[in-house]
Design a protein around this ligand. Structure first.
Ligand code: 13P
Ligand code: SF4
Length: 335
């Protein structure tokens, strides 16, 4: 195994020789995060990676993120040091998506009256289905705005796959939501009908953790990601995407204590003092943590040798419709 310094030197050398942009999500390990050209939340990464001028994008993140770049910029070549799949994105495929639409139809909603919104944490096939039905992608930072726009259509929103994000947005907007398969979910009675998916990492944060920190450090602020459970988000002082959490914590007085409910790698590099992980466990995303610096070096070497590893391919028809759903998000955000 090569040591960190020689890997960093090898990567710097390969970057000089190749037309490649290295992109990393905030949840990546420090060693990977530090060598990236572009870092950010899922919305920023999708936008900036498609705009980059290099031939290759080396995406350090989870599968749907690399796929989104390929969909938005099909002429680019995208490789991932590890094709690690987000556990939530795996909870839905096109068959389960169709079954959710059918659930609403069986409960008296015409298919034409359904507008699907998919969280960007989903596979290309699901995004394509959503695009075909006139719907849009959203990210954690854009969800409220996208749902506001979508509701102007007067249709019922089918929100996939994250039930927590769907319920949290509904609460923030004063709307009614229900979750298919959880208790009575009558699509006629709700504005947002959520699929039953979730993030296993963000499920680790509990209301009792919020209560514990509030009791232990009176006056502490609590900031959480909207993939956390609704009762946790309701009890927090701030709910936002990874970038929004970073900006919130940076805006606080350095003496202000804050406990943060999101992935460990992001929280531990947030601020040297007065910052806590809102959990007694270490909330690491196992798939985000699969990528190592050695994988990055190996993937760059493979590009140089003309035998790329883990290149992302999506078929043309899927790209066509998934792109419609992704571009609609950008249109909604600009409009
Ligand atoms: P962001 O949109 O905040 O980057 O979140 C992506 C994600 O996977 C969080 O678990
Ligand atoms: Fe997926 Fe959760 Fe990991 Fe985010 S933290 S990439 S939602 S498994």
């Amino acid at each position: 195994m090569r040591d960190l310094q020689s890997l960093q030197a090898e990567i710097a050398q390969l970057k000089e020789e190749l037309s490649v942009t290295i992109v990393a999500h905030y949840y990546q390990k420090d060693e990977v995060f530090e060598i990236a050209d572009i870092t950010g939340d899922s919305l920023e990464l999708a936008k900036r990676a498609k705009e980059s001028e290099s031939e290759w994008i080396l995406f350090c993140g989870v599968g749907f993120m690399g796929q989104s770049v390929k969909i938005l910029a099909p002429h680019k070549r995208v490789a991932m040091p590890k094709i690690a799949c987000c556990a939530m994105a795996r909870m839905i495929d096109s068959t389960y998506f169709d079954a959710s639409v059918q659930y609403m139809v069986d409960h008296g909603i015409d298919k034409e009256e359904i507008l699907p919104i998919t969280y960007i944490n989903s596979g290309a096939e699901v995004k394509a289905k959503v695009g075909q039905m006139g719907g849009s992608v959203c990210t954690s930072s854009s969800a409220v705005k996208i749902i506001e726009k979508a509701l102007q259509s007067g249709k019922k929103i089918l929100f996939v796959p994250d039930k927590c994000l769907g319920q949290n947005v509904a609460r923030m907007m004063g709307l009614k939501s229900c979750v298919i398969g959880e208790g009575e979910c009558d699509p006629k009675e709700a504005d947002i009908i959520c699929y039953n998916g979730f993030c296993s990492v963000h499920q680790l944060f509990e209301l009792k953790d919020v209560e514990f920190f509030r009791k232990r450090y009176p006056g502490i602020k609590i900031a959480v990601h909207p993939e956390c459970k609704p009762e946790v988000c309701e009890a927090a002082d701030f709910v936002g995407s990874t970038s929004q959490i970073i900006r919130y914590v940076q805006s606080l007085d350095p003496e202000q204590k804050v406990a943060v409910g999101t992935e460990y790698n992001l929280v531990h590099r947030l601020r040297p003092k007065n910052t806590y992980v809102l959990s007694a466990t270490k909330p690491e995303c196992p798939t985000m943590n699969e990528t190592s610096l050695e994988d990055v070096a190996n993937t760059l070497k493979a590009i140089k040798e003309g035998a790329p590893l883990n290149e992302i391919f999506v078929d043309d028809e899927t790209i066509k419709w998934a792109r419609v759903a992704l571009e609609r998000m950008f249109e909604y955000l600009e409009g």
